[in-house]
Ligand binder design. Sequence first.
Ligand code: ADP
Length: 492
Amino acid sequence: MDLQSIKVFEQFANNVDFAFWVSSPDVTEYYYMSPGYEKIWGRTIASLIENPHSFLEAVHPDDVERVTQAAVGKEPWNMDEEYRIIRPDGTVRWIRDRTYPVYDDQGNIYRMTGTAEDITERKQEQKDLHQSLEQFKQFAENIDIVFWVCDVDVKEFQYISPTYEKIWGQSCASLYENPRSFLDTVHPEDIPHKMAAIKNNPTSMDEEYRIIQPNGTMRWIRDRTFPVQDENGKVYRMVGIAEDITYRKQAEEETYKALQREQELSNAKSEFIATISHEIRTPLSVIQSSADLLHHNIDRLTTEKKQKHFQKVESSVQRITSIVQDLLIIAEDEASSLQFQPTEVDVVQLCQETIGTIVNYNKHRIEFKVSGDGAKTAMLDAELTNHILTNLLENGLKYSQPDKKVDFELSLLPNQVKFCIQDQGIGIPTENLSHIFDSFYRASNVETKPGTGLGLSIVKLCVDTHGGGISVNSTVGEGTIVTVTLPRSNRV
Ligand code: ADP
């Protein structure tokens, strides 16, 4: 070796961060030890030369047995160990120690070389990385979100967190095996949309779609992807997060439904006010004009004419009273304060009285008949029964020509009383029949006949309150039969 080379070697040995040496194979003699030893061990080379095994004195008690065996045991020249040393100042360093045999011409080991490197920083980094990975794993495994990493064509998943199994109800293994298998679970209606999103911009998606788990349960998913670029800015893979947003969707849907209900209620309220105002205004203007006529022409009008106007006023007041009564019943029902007070009532008498109170229409068209040999009395709420009969009789009169009669039959049966009201009027179209008990509902053929659409809903309410039954049979152009049965014995 020339002088120049020796100088270069010395510079190298003095400046590198690791120690290297040449020793006898049994490590009883060092031929060379680089200055790195002093730097790493914090002990002098002289001390090592003096006692070649003294480097072991610094080895951490937990590692000393393993290191001693490797370093001075059977094959010291074949060592590759990582261990800790404690330096004289008390600091702990991690060392990677490797040795290699050196052979003579006969192939015998006559020396060995070694390197010892301070790997404390690397160890710390490894530890930090391990800790971060461990934390990420815990996070990924315990959060209700699926994380995944895959190529841009969704042909291979590099990672998929275990929550996938929980949300999709399919194994991660199945997805690694067939990366597009998650699409098999997408709700058929959402597939076209999802496929278009994957095709258009797979690495920057933000999609909401439904999946159907193998057990048939439907879940809502929010799926987002983000591109991962290499150092040249080229997107080479993507990461994604998918979360189960079913509960949020349900809450949204409920809020939407509640808003819709509120809107419907508000519409119904407006409609209600408009209908009632209209229905009250008509009899009010009749009262107004009859009163005006009577007021200004009281001396000129014949008794007959006066009588006619008084009747008009009376029937208009009756009409308004009946609307107000209907409204009161509805309000009481809504406030759950509808009174039900059955008393022993003479049903025949009640029917006759009810007919007597009808003023809006020509009550003489009503043909009342009693059949059956049951008792005349029954435990009924007289007021509610009166509402039932008035509404049904007035409908029969209202929805038929003024020259047609309305048959009203009371059947006194052993356990119940039956009211049958039959007219020969316009009838109810079949398609409207199922709604006629709904509040404000009017059939399509009422034309200009007055009405609020409340009567039958109140009738139904009063019948239900009695625990009775009601049925309607109707043929357009022929007439309508309404049958109500009320049990005889109702207790308070
Ligand atoms: P309204 O105040 O409109 O008469 P109801 O609740 O009493 O309201 O009846 C609801 C609807 O049922 C009526 O608007 C009408 O279309 C229909 N209807 C009820 N009774 C009869 C009947 N006897 N003949 C024909 N249609 C009827």
